[in-house]
Structures are given as structure tokens and as C-alpha cells.
Design a protein around this ligand. Structure first.
Ligand SMILES: *Cc1c(COP(=O)(O)O)cnc(C)c1O
Length: 374
């Protein structure tokens, strides 16, 4: 196997779900809401099937995907739990939704009719979730149309209104007025659906940000993603849960060389060694999803010590200055990011690349094998 691999600690994934469950239970002083874990984008880069199975074992009751193909991967693996389709499918994919019994988000009358027809053609009954846009500006009906659409679903013989949902764009900010107004609008809309004599099904809204910061909208079910994989949605949010990163991206030193002062390192010769030192080559690069913006700024963990990345990150390799009297060498394990607090994590890499941990994790490419530890 190639030196570069992503070690996936399923125990940490389980821990994160349990910590979240306990947190909600203790705050509510009773029953905690159900948990629907987002496993879209190959479980945020961690591998969809193993993560989905582990999440269900740890107490999650449903899974969230963005694409029909992701739902198909779960069904192919024999997973029978409800799978919510967070994205809108094309017309040509609706027969697959019915075949796979996925539970799509719906948000307008034309799409509800199409899903209804697909369910009828397949001879199945489908759960759908009405998605209300309360401020995300993405998929979702206008709140004033929600009661009518809920009625349309209720009147269909083939569809069941299994849930009513919304989504938050700034719940990763503590005490956001915008989020509090969204919560009011959402809960009022749900109330109007109930007053019209319609059962809204499971009421759900909270992403990781709202699970951490907005208990008033936990409702019947929550929809975490990033927190299950061990990260906070934002660097600014209060650290109220003990989350453990699930992925450790590791590699190995495959080559070392002693070099003179002034030696240029990597493409563009953007780095020159200030003094005599030993340069180690690590066989990982942006072709593995290790961002090129880490050139000359990143650091790695080797045997409990961190070392600077020098020169540009190449497609398949990068270089590390391990010093004139190195304690490591060919064969030493190199951690690019992971749960060890003495080394970099995906949040640190995200900051260096002016992005978010979500993109660091989902960016690890298919070339990197996922190795599961239970
Ligand atoms: C991805 C997603 C989530 C999970 O969001 P996190 O910020 O990762 O917790 C929840 N709901 C919907 C609709 C999503 O698309």
C-alpha cells in the first residue's frame, strides 16, 4: 500500500454522536431528539458505508445525502434506515428515488407532482420532507406557501409528509439574531401547518451549528454533519462539546538528503535553505487533496514533534525541513492532520488555506485509501 492514507477512527465518530446525544439529553432533561447524520460527499471524505453503519450503531436513526447516487451506495450496502435526500434530483433520477425508497426534500408543487408520479409508477409509498426556506436562500419553499404544499402532500395517496424542515446559514455564530428570527419563522410556520389539521411529521432544522448553539430548535430531529466528524462548523463558536477528529491523514518519509545553505526547494524555488539541513520528501500532495496553499506555511507531526513544510506542495510530494541533526528519517510516520493535539488538525489547515474544515476533509481524493480503525 502507498504510504499516504487516511486513518478513520470509527470510535471517535461513535464518541462524537454519543457526546451530542448526551448534551441534548442533559439540556432538555429528558428525551433527546433523533439524529440524522449527514453522510453526503462520501461522509465528508471519510467513506460513506462504514461511517453510515457506525453512525446507526451509535444511535443515529437516519442518514442524509445530497445525491441519489449516494443513497444508492447506502442501499447497495444493505442499509435500510431512512435516507433523506437533501438535494433536488433531476426528473430522470426520480424513478431511482422511488426504487431506492429515499426520502427527498420537496419544496414546490411541480416537484411534489413528479415525485408522486414516480412513486405511483414504482408502486411504492414514499416519505417526503417539506423544506421551508427561512433565510438560507437555497432549496426551500417560501414560508407563506408551506401550508398549501403540506396539504398537497397530505392529499397524495403515494406520499407521506414524514418531516418539515429548514436550514440555517449562520447558526455557527453564537447568539445570531438572524438565526433566532429564522427559528421563530420556522416554528410559526410549523404551527400553521398543524392548525390546518396537517401532521408536519418530524420537525427538524438543526445543523451542527444549531446543535451547539440553539437548543430551542432541536425539535424532533437534528441533522449534524461536520461535528460527527470531529470539527466545529466555525472557529469562533464556543467549544461546548468534546469532539474528536475522526480522520488522520498520514504518510511516511520516503527520502532524505543533507543539503548546503542556499539550496532551492521545489517548484518555483520559492524556498532556499538558510543553513545546512536535512530535507525529507513526503509522498503526498495536492493530488491527494493536500492543498497547495500550504506551500511554505504548513507543518507536519513526526514522532511527537512538528516540522515546517518548505517549498511548494507538488501534486504527489512535498518537502519538510527536519533539521541538521534529525531524529527521524526514511520510514518515519508523518501526520499531515489528525486528532493529536500536538500536531495540526483540519481546522488549522483550513485557516492556512482561508477555507473551512469541511473543504479540507471532503477534498481528500479517491487516491488516498481509507483505513478503518474500530
Ligand atoms: C450538510 C447539511 C447538514 C449538515 O451540516 P453541518 O454544518 O455539517 O452540520 C444539515 N442539513 C442539510 C440540509 C445539509 O445539506
Amino acid at each position: 500500500m502507498r504510504a499516504t492514507r487516511a486513518v478513520i477512527r470509527l470510535g471517535n465518530l461513535r464518541h462524537n454522536i454519543q457526546v451530542m446525544h448526551q448534551h441534548m439529553k442533559s439540556q432538555l432533561g429528558g428525551e433527546a431528539p433523533q439524529i440524522c447524520v449527514a453522510v453526503k460527499a462520501d461522509a465528508y471524505g471519510h467513506g460513506v458505508v462504514r461511517c453510515a453503519e457506525t453512525a446507526l450503531e451509535a444511535g443515529a436513526s437516519a442518514l442524509g445525502v445530497a445525491a441519489v447516487s449516494e443513497g444508492a451506495a447506502l442501499r447497495d450496502a444493505g442499509i435500510r434506515a431512512p435516507v433523506l435526500l437533501y438535494g433536488i434530483a433531476r426528473k430522470g433520477e426520480l424513478a431511482d428515488i422511488a426504487e431506492l425508497t429515499l426520502s427527498p426534500f420537496v419544496a414546490d408543487d411541480a416537484y411534489i407532482r413528479l415525485v408522486d408520479e414516480a412513486a405511483a409508477s414504482a408502486g411504492v409509498k414514499l416519505d417526503v420532507h417539506l423544506k421551508i426556506d427561512t433565510g438560507m436562500g437555497r432549496i426551500g419553499c417560501r414560508p407563506e406557501d408551506a401550508v398549501q404544499l403540506a396539504g398537497q402532500i397530505q392529499h397524495s395517496k403515494r406520499l407521506r409528509l414524514a418531516g418539515t424542515a429548514t436550514h440555517f446559514p449562520v447558526a455557527d455564530e453564537d447568539n445570531s439574531t438572524f438565526t433566532r428570527e429564522q427559528i421563530d419563522l420556522f416554528l410559526n410556520t410549523v404551527k400553521r401547518i398543524r392548525e390546518a389539521g396537517i401532521n408536519p411529521g418530524l420537525v427538524h432544522a438543526a445543523n451542527s451549528g444549531a446543535i451547539i448553539g440553539y437548543p430551542t430548535v432541536w425539535a424532533d430531529m437534528v441533522r449534524p454533519g461536520i461535528s460527527v466528524y470531529g470539527y466545529y462548523p466555525s472557529a469562533d463558536q464556543k467549544r461546548t462539546l468534546e469532539l474528536l477528529p475522526v480522520m488522520e491523514l498520514v504518510s511516511e518519509i520516503v527520502f532524505v538528503k543533507r543539503v548546503a545553505p542556499g539550496t532551492p526547494i521545489s517548484y518555483g524555488c520559492s524556498y532556499r535553505t538558510p543553513e545546512e539541513t536535512v530535507i525529507a520528501t513526503v509522498p503526498a500532495g495536492y493530488g491527494d487533496g493536500y492543498n497547495r496553499l500550504l506551500s511554505n506555511t504548513g507543518r507536519v507531526l513526526i514522532d511527537g514533534k512538528t516540522y515546517p513544510l518548505v517549498g511548494r506542495v507538488c501534486m504527489d510530494q512535498f518537502m519538510v525541513d527536519i533539521g541538521a541533526n534529525p531524529e527521524c528519517g526514511v520510514g518515519s510516520t508523518v501526520t499531515l492532520f489528525g486528532p493529536d493535539p500536538s500536531g495540526p488538525n483540519a481546522e488549522e489547515l483550513a485557516e492556512l488555506c482561508t477555507t473551512i474544515p469541511y473543504e479540507v476533509l471532503t477534498g481528500i481524493t479517491a487516491r488516498v485509501p481509507r483505513i478503518y480503525l474500530d
